[in-house]
Write a protein that binds this ligand. Structure first.
Ligand code: CUA
Length: 196
């Protein structure tokens, strides 16, 4: 058997080892495939974002955050819980640094409840633990979530989008009361538990 050359780089490759030139070519091909995948994914993000006009997709309903207090649906006198002609409840809330207005919402149990929220300043979050309610509250848009509460109870509602230095203290509550104990109210009345 012949002595192998002293320089290991000059020794012949054992059977089954892929030569460097093949490895380099294969790696270049895979790099091009990965780059093409990245281009496609970026294109999907840009095209869908621009085509959707960068709107939140859940409920594209706009409102002017600068004039909320001057009138319309989110004027102060219209905030809180309204009872609709069909018996369902609509709760309107404004999120602002660093509270929700009204600070406490009251709704009847075993009743369809619709929350409508908007923000007066920056993005806030509206989350009721143990329910299906979890939405961002974006200035300029109305967030709407629907649910119903089977049992009376108290829900603590933290803001879960970082909204500034007071974010950690921004929370409010939803008080679910038995249906027969929910005070009857006329179509123009609004209630909350903020001052109780
Ligand atoms: Cu509002 Cu965090």
């Amino acid at each position: 058997m012949a002595e192998p050359p002293g320089n290991p780089l000059q020794r012949p490759l054992p059977d089954g080892v892929v030569p460097e030139v093949v490895v380099t070519r294969t790696e270049r091909h895979w790099a091009m495939i990965v780059a093409a995948m990245l281009v496609v994914m970026m294109a999907v993000i840009v095209v869908t974002g621009v085509a959707g006009a960068l709107h939140p997709s859940s409920n594209v309903e706009v409102v002017d955050p600068l004039t909320l207090h001057l009138g319309g649906e989110f004027a102060e006198s219209n905030l809180g819980t309204a009872i609709e002609p069909d018996g369902s409840a609509t709760v309107r809330l404004i999120g602002e640094q660093y509270d929700f207005v009204p600070h406490c919402a009251v709704v009847p149990a075993q009743t369809p409840v619709k929350f409508r929220l908007t923000s007066a300043d920056v993005v806030h979050g509206f989350l009721l633990p143990d329910t299906n309610i979890n939405t961002m509250v974006v200035p300029g848009f109305v967030a709407e979530v629907r649910t119903s509460f089977a049992q009376p109870g108290e829900y603590v509602m933290p803001c879960h989008e970082f909204c500034g230095l007071g974010h950690h203290a921004m929370w409010t509550g939803v008080s679910v009361v038995p249906k027969d104990q929910f005070a009857a109210q006329g179509p123009l009345e609004r209630t909350s538990c903020a001052k109780q």
